[in-house]
Design a protein around this ligand. Structure first.
Ligand code: PRX
Length: 672
């Protein structure tokens, strides 16, 4: 591979891929010894986990601390699963207290690096904090008491809208400690996202920061919260408390009857706070994610199953071993599920230091990540393909400048990785000796469902390889029958697993409709996939109107609604298009109101408008103005056709039902 330029021909190259990389036994030794040592062992354990899920998971769950034992491992009434029925526990206890009680309170639980304050190549000294399990326990207990002092009780949803500061993890764990489910909202979302989510969750308490640092600027989080809380008040939903952590010291409006300063609130609290004994099936958190239709849905995760599943997947996939010098760095934001599972819960439970950072990968310079790997002696580096493609574009010299010899394992998550990016990652970051684990999963699955295991699975660029233990995943046709090798089909999971979602908050019908109705009795992931002759899985992308932009999930309908909420727009259709860095970019076809004229200024205004409603991630990459949109005779927008137009492909689609052929011709001519 000589060309380091990213390519958009991922799908074609996937089909021809035959390079295979087998982890060496030295490698297992450098990771403290393999949890799973041979492929025979993997296959035997996987087969057992599918044949006897209850026996399998009971054994795994024994390694956790439960306050009262379960009476039954699994109760399954499709689509409703209950795991560790009747047991009580607390995930905060298993993530922190257990380690302190076992005498590890002095060990580092979390390393945090703030955004460096000065740009330039030399002398940039970021703020770094090392937080031990003992300190984390005190911080979490104090904040848990603070929440209680505000009247927060078991079952009350607490919204967290913060930057990437350690206090975000502290707040999550404090919520878990007192049995108050958290709903974390990504700090890059604008005010309407807060309004919608707080209303849907009926949440009356929010924790935020004055601002967050990003590329030397302040993202005004508290300002967005004020706007959202005003909008909520206008809808009759009163938010009682807003706790504000000072981070950026920007000017904030202060409402004394509602706003509380984190530091003042916390300093008055005791460092003792007992963990609530929670039922295994009590709600741990809501996390909103996009679907094909409507507003983002609140995915429900409950305590016991998620606790066991995140800890076990983290341990097995990454071969985590406490007290062996491992440092785990997942570069995701905690606002997404990857951060929940593999920055906070899964990693802390394994007693391996988790690194969290604030800011951006290319500020103050393009080598920030590699400087961080060197500074913190990171052993496990986990990121998204979109970031890898950006590293490639920025140039090989940036990683080459730093000592990356601490690295032992690389991870990829969030979207299909093209083999070119995979090979570059292996060569320039992993120096040809670190295995790459391409982990496939979703907000709904809680943790990995298809993934290599660090020390044992032979990997192939672009394939997420084999199912995780306990996951009965398959590629099927519309009747639910498995398709032949190398044939595309629907990705489904045929049996319950502990990390699975327990529903969509407040919308039972949508839960059933989205995941359980197309192939009765099976969980429909919403992705197309194929399995090769080795049994390896290749994810072929979403089968619904969800697009994956830089690893972030967006519903095309959300972007369309944002566009039509602009006064100049009458109708909009949004589709994904290939994009070198983002994987998928956003193409918007827009018809304007009469008397509004198309212009470059209007395009910019529309982009900003979408960013104001959905956040900068959702800004269309291209906007094409059109008199009307191609529709079938029954009035449905012909999205597949628009996808071809956006990708610049010649359409082989059947256009016999197209209402107006002239529309297509006009769209093709209207290149940006
Ligand atoms: O399309 C798949 C893609 O991301 C979707 C899930 O998005 P989200 O719930 O935001 O979770 C992302 C982080 C787990 C999936 O339906 N996806 C995720 N991981 C991969 C992937 N596609 C291919 N390969 C992956 N490793």
């Amino acid at each position: 591979m000589t060309n380091s330029q990213p390519s958009t021909t991922a799908v074609q190259s996937l089909l021809r891929e035959d390079r295979i990389f087998t982890p060496s036994s030295d490698h297992a030794a450098s990771l403290g010894g393999a949890w799973c040592a041979t492929m025979d062992e993997y296959h035997a354990r996987h087969a057992r986990s599918i044949a006897d899920p209850e026996g399998f998971w009971a054994e795994i769950a024994q390694d956790f601390e439960w306050f009262t034992p379960w009476s039954k491992v699994l109760e399954w009434n499709c689509p409703d699963a209950k795991w560790f029925v009747g047991a009580t526990t607390n995930i905060c206890h298993n993530a922190i207290d257990r380690h302190v009680l076992d005498g590890h309170g002095h060990e580092v639980a979390m390393i945090w690096e703030g955004e460096p304050k000065c740009a330039g190549e030399s002398g940039r000294e970021p703020e770094v904090r090392h937080i031990s399990y003992g300190e984390l326990l005190e911080d979490v207990s104090r904040f848990a008491n603070a929440l209680k002092s505000l009247g927060v009780k078991r079952g009350d949803v607490v919204t967290l809208y913060m930057g990437m500061v350690p206090e975000l993890a502290v707040a999550m764990l404090a919520c878990a400690r007192i049995g108050a489910p958290h709903s974390v909202i990504f700090g890059g979302f604008p005010a309407p996202a807060i309004t919608d989510r707080m209303l849907d969750a009926q949440s009356r308490v929010i924790v935020t920061c004055d601002g967050a640092w990003r590329r030397g600027s302040v993202v005004a989080l508290k300002h967005n919260v004020d706007e959202a809380l005003d909008a909520l008040a206008a809808k009759g939903h009163v938010v009682e408390h807003c706790v504000v952590l000072q981070r950026t010291k920007n000017e904030c409006t202060w409402n004394p009857s509602r706003d509380r300063c984190w530091h003042e609130l916390v300093s008055a609290q005791s460092t003792e706070c007992e963990c609530e004994a929670m039922d295994s099936e009590d709600l741990l958190f809501l996390l909103y994610t996009s679907g094909s239709t409507g507003k983002p849905k609140g995915i429900r995760h409950t305590i016991g199953g998620y606790m066991v599943y995140t800890a076990y997947t983290a341990q097995q996939t990454f071969n985590l071993r406490p007290a062996t010098g491992q440092v785990f760095w997942c570069t995701a934001d905690i606002g997404w599920v990857t951060g929940h599972s593999y920055i906070v819960y899964g990693i802390l439970q394994n007693r391996v230091p988790t690194l969290m950072y604030e800011g951006a990968p290319n500020w103050p310079a393009d080598d920030r990540f590699w400087e961080m790997v060197q500074r913190h002696r990171v052993t496990h580096f986990h990121t998204a393909p979109t970031a890898i493609r950006a590293f490639m574009k920025w140039g090989d010299e940036h990683p080459a400048k730093h000592d990356l010899s601490s690295l032992k394992l690389l991870g990829s998550v969030g979207e299909p990785i093209n083999p070119e990016a995979w090979m570059w990652y292996r060569e320039h970051i992993g120096h040809d000796h670190c295995p790459i684990v391409d982990t496939f999963w979703q907000t709904e699955t809680g943790g990995h469902v298809i993934t290599p295991l660090a020390c044992v699975t032979p990997t192939v660029p672009g394939s997420c390889t084999l199912p995780f233990f306990g996951v009965d995943v398959a590629v099927v046709d519309e009747t639910g029958c498995e398709v032949a090798a190398n044939t595309g089909g629907l990705l489904v999971i045929r049996k319950p697993w502990p990390g699975m979602l327990r529903g969509i908050h407040g919308d039972r019908a949508r839960f059933i409709e989205t995941y359980w109705s197309r192939i009765p009795g099976m969980y429909l992931a919403g992705d197309g996939a194929r399995r090769d002759e080795r049994g390896y899985f290749w994810i072929m992308g979403r089968i619904d109107d969800v697009i994956n932009v830089s690893g972030h999930r967006l519903g095309t309908m959300e972007v369309e609604s944002a566009l039509v909420s602009h006064a100049s727009v009458v109708e909009a259709a949004v589709v994904g298009m290939p994009h070198d860095i983002k994987g998928t970019g956003i193409a918007a076809f827009v018809s304007l109101a009469p008397h509004v004229s198309a212009s470059e200024e209007l395009k910019s205004a529309l982009r900003e408008h979408v960013a104001g409603v959905l956040g900068p991630i959702a800004k269309p990459d291209i906007i094409r103005f059109t008199q009307s949109l191609p529709k079938t005779r029954s009035g449905k927008i012909m999205r597949r056709l628009l996808r071809d137009v956006a990708a610049g492909r010649d359409s082989k689609q059947d256009t016999t039902t197209l209402e107006d052929f002239a529309v297509l011709a006009a769209l093709r001519g209207n290149e940006e």
